[in-house]
Write a protein of this length. Structure first.
Length: 159
């Protein structure tokens, strides 16, 4: 006659908890639809108070194409989106209009490429201060992002 082994109540509870934990962990793996977002941003202050600051950041596209049309701040008079480029061994910059943000794509604003120039910064802004940037997109969405400030020549923050 075959004997059936029935796990004790404590073992059954443990097994049930492990199954529940595994199910919850797998459920958390689904990321859902992409969301328009800004991350990894910081502002490098100018080497002197009257020199412009520059901001770098990464934008992740949402579920539909859009475009970055403006970035504003309460601590600078004028802000411009720019693109750095090299031509014939010479570095230069050109202002950008709207910057396309394709659905689900990542657009980096990084040294040597796209960036935000902040002109006429409040001279009271010192390294370590956090500045709120307001990103405005063509789909009428606005995102507030708190960007730490660093000194000119300081290493970029590690994200």
């Amino acid at each position: 006659m075959a004997r059936q082994v029935v796990p004790k109540a404590g073992v059954r509870r443990l097994r049930n908890r492990l199954v529940l934990i595994a199910a919850l962990a797998l459920g958390a793996c689904g990321s859902g639809p992409p969301k328009l977002s800004v991350e990894k941003g910081y502002i490098r202050l100018g080497a002197a108070p009257r020199l412009p600051a520059v901001a770098y950041f990464t934008i992740h596209g949402g579920t539909a194409d859009t475009a970055l049309i403006a970035v504003s701040s309460e601590v600078s008079i004028k802000n411009e989106l720019h693109q750095s480029m090299q031509s014939g061994g010479m570095a230069s910059m050109k202002p950008l209009g709207d910057v396309p943000i394709p659905a689900g794509a990542t657009v980096a604003f990084a040294p040597g490429g796209k960036h935000l120039m902040l002109f006429d910064m409040n001279p009271g802004i010192k390294p370590g201060r956090v500045v709120t940037l307001t990103f405005t997109f063509a789909n009428n969405q606005r995102i507030l992002f708190d960007a730490p400030t660093i000194a000119a020549g300081a290493p970029a923050p590690a994200f």
